[in-house]
Design a binder for this molecule. Structure first.
Ligand SMILES: [Zn+2]
Length: 299
């Protein structure tokens, strides 16, 4: 049996919003058992629960909304909270988006470690996948299938010599996440960055917070992992699956997917009554964290 967890103490930081280019203050505050992960737009006094019911956009980032008020780019923070097992927390922001920081979840992992974790005296319910569900759109798909642990197998392919194909399969534990997933940064193609800017998006985007891929290769940085791109897709998927509202026991298999497909397969799972169950003890919590690159077949 594992227990719901919150933070030991409040913690915060300031950074630039990716789309607005403006500074945003972020504060994570401990919350009571059952509170879940909630965003508070401190500037307008609206609280938005992090669940699929409040999902409003999933194109370049994941946006949550309530009563016409939204918080954009929530996925990198949600990914860190979900993977490190923070069930109950209030996330206060004084603007419409979460700061982009270095384009990865690593700064959020540092913040959460700085705050520390505190268990509640309330057992945690896990969402266990019992039957496969799948969403296919064109050549892209995402599937949730039964597994003993929380695992993700992902592959990507782009019409670019550097990124024809990349694949990774990981069992997601706090350690695997902190070491092998959280540091992987957002990436974009130079040609797309120019289009986004023309549409008034990515104004806070810079060579500091994304890997930019030009015609001949990566323009601005040394990669943190040889397969940093697919690791970032896994990071994004974890953040989107956090909207299920419970730790997941099952495997996401995804090919060339993105935020919209991650959310669609999660929604389909919840809408399929016999495909999932809430369980108190899936066994997963008793096992030691795995290693990066551990494939499900060897787990
Ligand atoms: Zn991302």
């Amino acid at each position: 049996m594992s227990y719901r967890r919150t933070l030991k103490q409040p913690v915060g930081c300031t950074g630039i919003g990716l789309h607005s280019g403006k500074p945003v203050r972020l504060r994570l505050t401990p919350a009571p058992a059952g509170h879940g992960i909630r965003f508070l737009r401190a500037d307008v006094g609206v609280e938005i629960p992090a669940n699929l019911g409040h999902l409003s956009r999933q194109d370049h980032a994941t946006t949550l909304s309530r009563d016409g008020v939204s918080v954009d780019t929530v996925e990198h923070l949600l990914s860190a909270l979900f993977a490190l097992g923070v069930d109950d927390v209030l996330v206060e922001v004084d603007g419409p988006e979460i700061p982009i920081l270095d384009g990865s979840s690593a700064p959020f992992v540092i913040l959460i470690h700085e705050a520390g974790l505190r268990p509640h005296h309330v057992g945690r319910q896990h969402l266990k996948v019992l039957k496969p569900v799948e969403v296919v759109r064109g050549g892209k798909w995402a599937r949730l299938v039964p597994a003993e642990h929380f695992e993700i197998s992902y592959d990507i392919g782009f019409d670019h010599p550097l990124l024809r194909h990349q694949a990774a399969s990981l069992r997601i534990t706090p350690r695997v996440f902190a070491e092998g997933v959280a540091p992987a940064r957002t990436f974009g193609f130079l040609r797309e960055v120019e289009t986004l800017r023309r549409h008034g998006l990515a104004l806070g985007g810079s060579l500091e917070n994304a890997i930019v891929i030009g015609e001949s290769g990566v323009l601005n940085t040394k990669l943190r992992f040889e397969d940093e791109f697919v690791r970032h897709k896994i990071l994004d998927a974890i953040g989107d699956l956090a909207l299920l509202g419970h730790p997941l026991v099952g495997r996401l298999e995804a090919s060339k997917a993105g935020h919209a497909l991650h959310a669609a397969v999660a929604q389909k799972l919840l809408a399929t009554d016999d495909a999932w169950a809430l369980v108190a003890d899936p066994g997963a919590s008793r096992l030691e964290p795995g290693l990066p690159h551990l494939r499900p077949a060897e787990a």
